[in-house]
Ligand binder design. Structure first.
Ligand code: WT7
Length: 635
């Protein structure tokens, strides 16, 4: 029992060492004592990073929704499970108790079944942050369907790519969504996407904004009448430990998005255990993660981790700036939030507004503050610590990834002394390694290198949907027998980790992982564009923003650059979504290339950073003359 809830630093080190000495015994004990199993495992762990193949709790049978809902009913039936805070502050918040959740998930699960969805089928969920989103995720899990949530800010093209990649036959959506003072026509986006998804036979539509939308007969149905007629009893499907629970897409540095596959037992155990410790959640606390369930943060730390612990988890539909920039603090005060988990980009945007809107609210309920998604800079860290936490609430800077399923490096609040910009210590069971350029592990402290993980943890993604070879290539081929994260990190004199950022062509914009390749593909769709290269550059709110170098086709006619910029961003919005728009677009006479024709992004990155003192040797380039031209015209 004691290992489940770490309470002081000495205990962290003890438990950490224990988890490394005998990982199987360690995780077996956690799994045994804190979860509901239909059948226990035959084997705790088998793994081989060279294949790669990783199996946790093989032979075990369970249903994650029985762990997240059913088992709480006797002790917490009337406790709020999901506290829904709507976009409009004048609309009442909705307290969905564990009893309610049980009934609503079962009804939804029965609707899915009645529509022909079975264990193993993929269901695409394209919903805004309304209760139906969390409920449909759990309904899929109830019947063993694999959910693939697509963030409802993605465009129709991005949606159709994801639907087709994992062969979803059904899409769950809504008539529209609220976003501050705006509404978004989600159903219109779905209709457009489905023009290129011939295999989708059913679309269930939740009513949210009551707009007049087009319902395609034979394909689209309103959700509510189906729910009204469904039974509240739905036997949970018995799942094998390694059955897929969900697919979630993340961008890579090249190629199409990767459908990361997470499986059932290990994911449940790890997200529950990290939630309990990283947020020091106590019964009756109100926990709020501001992420969208369309990202892994929402999957693991709005839905599964909190509910597996019988927690109260806040789900917020709106945006931090509506009706004004005090909204987050208004919600903290209103619901007496104890743990608050957000992203550095939000903190920077709020810090820009000053402290007036913070001081209006009573934030004394707060005990723990969290940060996730990108490195938190020192200034934002202090603003958060001083003004929100009043220096009383430790900040947990949690480093992890879509692929890792759960938090990997983080302080444990009130246990690990924090240090600005440091994610600090590896979580229990996590074995990081820093690698040098020659593929050697850097031992000892005060070293900097590429961050790898040497040993499997229960919630590591098991494959990329439909492309195991790519999974192997992306994560397990850079260093033998290690999972490569794509991030750089340093380890300080006491063994604390500081994540220094991506070492590949993934750019983190406002905490969203954007691969450059799909954006370049979109830019190149513009009829006037010959080629393009996209790099990141520092931005005071977004962390990084996108800088595009674009070479136009030589047609002899002159073009209006401002119009072109708008058109290019419009294409990006259509192909990916507004989050991938370029902040700066520089038109160039050419792009610096190696003799083998590869674009030298390193040089372009330095120019965009206005760091041209040391560009390195450019003489070996195919076209060294363009470098000066690009520098002269930098934006
Ligand atoms: C990448 C993963 C984990 C959920 C949100 C993002 C960066 C994430 C931190 C942090 C520094 C961080 C890394 C990582 N990142 N958290 N606390 N400090 N960097 O998930 O979209 O899969 O992105 O986000 O670069 O590789 P994701």
């Amino acid at each position: 029992m004691s290992n489940y809830h770490i309470k002081h630093l000495e205990e962290y080190y003890q438990v950490y060492r224990k988890s490394l000495r005998n990982p199987e015994a360690f995780w077996e004990e956690i799994a045994e004592e804190h979860f509901l199993w239909r059948k226990k495992w035959d084997r705790v762990l088998s793994w081989d990073f060279s294949k790669p193949e990783i199996k946790w709790f093989e032979g075990a049978q369970l249903n994650i929704t029985e762990n997240c809902i059913d088992r709480h009913l006797t002790t917490r039936g009337e406790k709020t499970a999901i506290l829904f805070e709507p976009n409009d502050p004048n609309d009442p918040a909705e307290h969905i108790t564990y009893n309610d959740l049980y009934a609503r998930v079962n009804k939804f699960a029965n609707v899915l079944k009645a529509q022909g969805i079975k264990k193993g089928d993929r269901v695409c969920i394209y919903l805004p942050m309304i209760p139906e989103l969390a409920i449909s995720v759990l309904a899929c899990a109830r019947i063993g369907a694999i959910h693939s949530v697509v963030f409802a800010g993605f465009s129709s093209t991005a949606l159709s790519t994801r639907i087709n990649d994992s062969d979803c036959k059904m899409v769950l959506t809504s008539d529209g969504s609220y976003r501050g003072s705006k509404t978004i026509d989600l159903k219109g986006i779905v209709d457009e996407a489905l023009e290129s998804c011939p295999d989708v036979h059913t679309v269930l539509v939740a009513k949210r904004i009551h707009s007049d939308i087009n319902m395609k007969s034979g394909r689209d149905q309103w959700l509510q009448p189906l729910l009204d007629n469904a039974s509240v009893d739905c036997e949970a499907e018995i799942m094998q430990a390694e059955d897929p629970l969900f697919i979630l897409y993340t961008s890579g540095s090249t190629g199409k998005p990767k459908g990361m596959v997470h499986t059932t037992a290990g994911y449940m155990v790890y997200t529950a255990y990290t939630f309990k410790n990283v947020f020091q959640y106590k019964e009756d606390d109100v926990y709020w993660c501001t992420a969208d369930i369309g990202w892994i943060t929402g999957h693991s730390y709005i839905v599964y981790g909190p509910l597996a612990n019988g927690a109260t988890t806040v789900m917020f539909e709106g945006v931090p700036s509506y009706p004004d920039f005090g909204r987050f603090w208004d919600i903290v005060q209103k619901h007496k939030v104890n743990q608050f988990y957000t992203a550095p980009t939000a903190i920077r945007a709020l810090a820009k507004q000053g402290t007036e809107l913070v001081e209006k609210y009573d934030l004394s309920s707060l005990k723990v503050l969290g940060s996730v998604g990108e490195p938190i800079n020192e200034e934002a860290w202090h603003w958060y610590n001083d003004n929100i936490g009043k220096k009383q609430s430790p900040i947990v800077d949690t480093w992890w990834q879509t692929e890792t399923g759960g938090i990997m490096v983080s302080p444990i609040p009130f246990v690990t002394p924090t240090k600005p910009t440091y994610a600090t210590l590896p979580f229990i069971g996590i074995q990081p390694a820093l690698m040098d350029e020659n593929g050697q592990e850097l031992k000892g402290n005060q070293v900097e290198g590429r961050l790898c993980i040497k040993f499997p943890w229960p919630s590591i993604a098991r494959t990329i949907w439909g492309n195991h070879e790519r999974y192997k290539e992306t994560y397990f081929s850079a260093y033998e027998n290690k999972y490569f994260t794509g991030d750089g990190a340093l380890r300080d004199e006491v063994g604390y980790y500081r994540i220094t950022g991506r070492v590949d062509d993934v750019i983190i914009v406002s905490g969203h992982n954007l691969g450059t390749a799909p954006i370049e593909d979109a830019v190149n769709e513009h009829p006037a564009v010959a080629e393009s290269a996209i790099v990141g550059f520092p931005h005071d709110v977004k962390g990084s923003a996108l800088y595009g170098y674009v070479t136009l086709k030589d047609t002899g006619e002159s073009r209006n650059h401002d119009n072109l910029r708008k058109e290019i961003n419009q294409i990006i919005t259509e192909h990916i979504g507004p989050i991938a728009k370029l902040d700066k677009i520089q038109f160039t006479s050419g792009l610096p290339k190696t003799r083998s024709g590869k674009i030298m992004r390193r040089i372009l990155r330095k120019i965009a950073h206005k760091d041209t003192s040391n560009l390195g040797d450019t003489s070996t380039l195919l076209n060294p003359e363009v470098v000066q031209d690009i520098m002269d015209n930098v934006l």
